[in-house]
Design a protein around this ligand. Structure first.
Ligand code: ATP
Ligand code: MG
Length: 137
């Protein structure tokens, strides 16, 4: 089984959608094996999204990710990385497929409800940024 890293972003917690999003995750056959609600620090958000630091939306992205609580998660399942990307839908909710989390819940390309790792290697790096082995079961 593979693991991926997920974040329920501040627009999700603000609208009390943690359970609704988790229901879609679990219905897709992904198991939530680690989960914690945190307030991300600016430093954590900047480190997490360092790959985007030259993009015009970087400042806005860091502001948003630190604007309210997030739920960080470790998801486990067959092909968890690709499966979760599929369940999330396109980055821009206007282009997301029917039934996906972003199609159902996301408000804009910036406030798009969820993050999911884009590769197994990045999943390992991202999980290690927020979880120790003892937090996952
Ligand atoms: P994530 O990395 O959050 O899972 P993603 O892989 O679908 O999403 P990326 O291209 O990695 O998308 O962008 C990271 C995040 O940056 C997006 O989820 C979104 O919140 C924000 N973002 C991306 N493009 C834009 C944009 N044009 N304007 C504002 N925010 C954006
Ligand atoms: Mg990404």
């Amino acid at each position: 089984l593979e693991r991926t890293f997920s974040i329920l972003k501040p627009d999700a917690t603000r609208r009390n959608l943690t359970g609704a999003v988790n229901a879609v995750i679990e219905a897709a056959g992904l198991r939530i094996v680690g989960q914690r609600r945190i307030r991300m620090t600016r430093e954590q958000a900047e480190t997490f999204y360092a790959v985007h630091k030259e993009r015009p939306f970087f400042g806005e992205l860091v502001e948003f990710m630190t604007s309210g609580p997030v739920v960080v998660q470790v998801l486990e399942g067959e092909n968890a990385v690709a499966k979760y990307r599929e369940v999330m839908g396109a980055t821009n909710p206007a282009q997301a497929a029917e039934g996906t989390i972003r199609k159902q819940f996301a408000e804009s390309v910036g406030e798009n409800t969820v993050h999911g790792s884009d590769s197994a290697d990045n999943a390992k790096i991202e999980i290690a940024q927020f979880f120790t082995d003892a937090d996952i079961a």
